[in-house]
Design a binder for this molecule. Sequence first.
Ligand code: HPA
Length: 246
Amino acid sequence: MQAIIGGTGLYKLTGLTVTRRRAVRSPYGEPSGALTYGRIGNGEEIIFLARHGHGHAFPPHRINYRANLWALHEAGARRIVSVASVGGIGEGLAPGTLAVPDQIVDYTTSRQSTFYEGGDQPVVHVDMTLPYGEAMRRDLLAAAARCGIAVRDGGVYGCTQGPRLETAAEIRRMERDGCDMVGMTGMPEAGLARELEIDYAALCVVTNYAAGKGASSEAISMEEIRDTVDDTMQDVHRILGELVGG
Ligand code: HPA
């Protein structure tokens, strides 16, 4: 079964015929919301979960990533596409661009980032050499290609703690670290997915130039972010429809 985790601007899927909704309790607490089951066209049943909850209730550092991933896995999800908005750092990542990253640098602090807490749990160090599932990445890129929508293949996603945006110096440091884009939710989501052996990939929407990037050194406005998300979401819906629709 495939699942889609929707980020900022993606709270429900266009064309999804909802079959049922299910509230799931996890040993880690409450997920961001009930799991929505449905189909696009004659496709197989999928699950949708809005990462930030109903009405964007949870900021990135308050999302219960463990509960979300556990609930999706318990429901049978073995492949997950995460949709996430990012700031563009690298060349060619202007607002409105879509990207499927292939690497991550994690700058988050004090998030619950593992299912293996020690104690009576085994000590487990999952391999994260390639943090995203290559099969899921390929399928996502192929779906975009069939739609004729340009998507950047690869790039390094730097995950910051938030909820504040970054300083220009932080973005310069991230650039030196090799980051191409910056977001706040990619981790621990990808690491938790790996612990559960879920084939996980991200479709990132560049909503703004990261702090100090782009032509102007003006402040980043939430309005700009929202407008770009709204403009670009149609393409995201088409790609997801192509991926999971029948
Ligand atoms: N920084 C961090 N996260 C983001 C940004 C940004 O500039 N834009 C969208 N999500």
